[in-house]
Design a protein around this ligand. Structure first.
Ligand code: ADP
Ligand code: G6P
Length: 467
């Protein structure tokens, strides 16, 4: 079996129970690398006065990580700049928040070149090289320019926006052209894949063949759908662990018979947190007799705190949760517990299991793993209800969730009422359909699906088939 070299901006600390908000990508890749073996290369999260290209390696949990420090200017222009002020908002349909600065683009190119220079000597001839996410789209081209002949794959963990939006990016052509340096490019859903293909056909004048190969001029790249999953077995076990039990009991003891509604998200405007609180407020306003029977626990660890749009969403939520609590709280009850910290995964599993309802209501999300974790953590005899945005990639798989439009406070309020009233038999029926999917299409399935396609094993139509 070939060795796997994974390259992503963020490299997770390889411990099973790291507390924090590592994000879906890091959590999933850690699981995948543990199974396949190989190296995980990326940014250390640290800055250095001058870029040296020195590589720090660590071994742990069956995973070797190799990381580099970046200069402050790199962080400003590449991470806080092009990645998180330009591409992230644009790819999440927020052109109103998208900043277009040439310096950002320069920093993005420079860091991608630096990644290519440093990782090149670590790669052996037979390695499969798998690049992840919007920070590193042009890395494949840089690696090819340096003579890399390996099979080279790319996976996008965010949505791919419609061509009409993408073309507002001044260098959209160059960005998409660089994706043709890869052998395989993967997306989480048919929607994102279709948008990519439409761009290739409508804007680049390219073609798509029946195997999903996109061709422009003399370059071809195979495009596939491979929806990412979680390490379901690990998460189900975590939900039954003593730590989970402890967190579960703690929630119950502090709620004296009230139904817990939970939300767990990085503090990001794409997660629809504002709209969620407004929807919950609508539920409180519409249901005076039910108010004190529920409470919302919103866990939202801060993210990308140097970017002003993230500072704004944070202060918005501070104000909004304070206002709702001020208006509705009583001496023995607050409607919202708003917590800005990370939790170890087993505790998180216990919290999910204690929750009668999960609100997973992003305005746009590549996939959303919290939805899958919530399903995996449920008690099969008495599962809770997942209220899921139909704009999350996960909605394509979790069709038995209560699907809502997250922009509508009324939809959200009605969904909460319906979830509270839902008979146990219906909750079990919906949960069984969802857990079947979460077990079958787990992170290992996703990883095999992509790597089979990358190794050139059989790929039929849009979705790679496991041979
Ligand atoms: P994103 O990748 O955009 O952050 P996902 O829902 O796909 O969104 O993944 C988020 C991941 O981060 C999940 O695995 C979730 O459990 C984890 N996470 C989010 N918030 C916390 C938290 N407060 N403590 C621990 N883990 C968290
Ligand atoms: C999303 C992105 C990841 C990113 C994560 C956390 O999942 O797709 O690439 O790592 O958010 O964001 P951060 O900026 O902290 O790495």
């Amino acid at each position: 079996m070939s060795r796997l070299v994974v390259i992503s901006n963020r490299v997770a600390v390889p411990t099973a129970d790291a507390a924090g908000n590592q994000g879906g990508l890091a959590v999933a890749l850690l699981s995948a690398l543990r199974e396949n073996g190989g190296i995980w290369f990326g940014w250390s999260g640290e800055t250095t006065p001058e870029f040296t290209g020195d590589i720090r390696t660590t071994q742990g949990g069956g995973v070797t990580t190799a990381t580099i420090d970046l200069e402050e200017q790199d962080i400003d222009e590449y991470y806080n700049g092009y990645a998180n002020r330009t591409l992230w908002p644009l790819f999440h349909y927020r052109i109103d928040l998208t900043e277009f600065e040439r310096d950002f683009e320069g920093g993005y190119r420079r860091v991608n070149e630096r990644f290519a220079d440093t990782v090149m000597p670590l790669v052996e001839d037979d390695d499969l090289v798998w690049v992840h996410d919007y920070h590193l789209i042009p890395l494949g081209r840089e690696l090819r320019r340096r003579g890399m002949k390996n099979r080279l794959g790319f996976f996008l963990h965010t949505p791919w926006p419609p061509a009409r939006l993408l073309t507002s990016l001044p260098s959209h052509h160059k960005l998409v052209e660089s994706m043709f340096a890869y052998d395989v490019v993967g997306f989480h859903t048919e929607d994102w894949l279709d948008s990519f293909r439409r761009y290739v056909v409508d804007i680049m004048g390219g073609t798509i063949d029946e195997d999903g190969c996109a061709t422009v001029g003399d370059r071809t790249v195979r495009t596939i759908v491979a929806p990412i999953g979680i390490d379901t077995a690990e998460f189900e076990a975590a939900a039954a662990s003593p730590e989970a039990r402890f967190a579960h009991d703690r929630m119950h003891m502090s709620s004296t018979g009230r139904s817990l509604i939970v939300g767990v998200d990085r503090l990001d405007y794409s997660k629809g947190l504002r709209e969620r609180l407004l929807g919950y407020e609508r539920f409180l306003a519409n249901n005076p007799d039910r108010r004190a029977l529920v409470y919302l626990l919103q866990i939202a660890p801060p993210s990308r705190a140097d970017v002003d749009t993230y500072q704004e969403i944070r202060s918005d939520l501070d104000a909004l949760s304070g206002r709702i609590n001020g208006e509705y709280a009583d001496i023995d009850w607050v409607p919202i517990r708003y917590v800005n910290r990370g939790y170890p995964r087993s505790e998180l599993a216990g919290i999910y299991r204690a929750a009668r309802i999960a609100l997973v209501t992003p305005l746009r999300d590549g996939m959303n793993l919290v939805a899958k974790e919530y399903v995996a953590a449920q008690d099969p005899e008495d599962p809770g209800v997942l209220i899921l945005s139909s704009f999350a990639g996960a909605a394509a798989q979790l069709k038995e969730a209560v699907l809502i439009n997250p922009y509508s406070a009324e939809d959200m309020a009605d969904a909460i009422t319906a979830a509270l009233e839902m008979p146990r038999a219906e909750r079990i029926r919906r949960w069984q359909a969802m857990i079947e999917n979460v077990r079958a299409e787990d992170v290992f399935w996703w990883c095999r699906l992509f790597l089979d396609a990358l190794e050139g094993r059989e790929v039929v139509g849009d979705t790679a088939q496991i041979g």
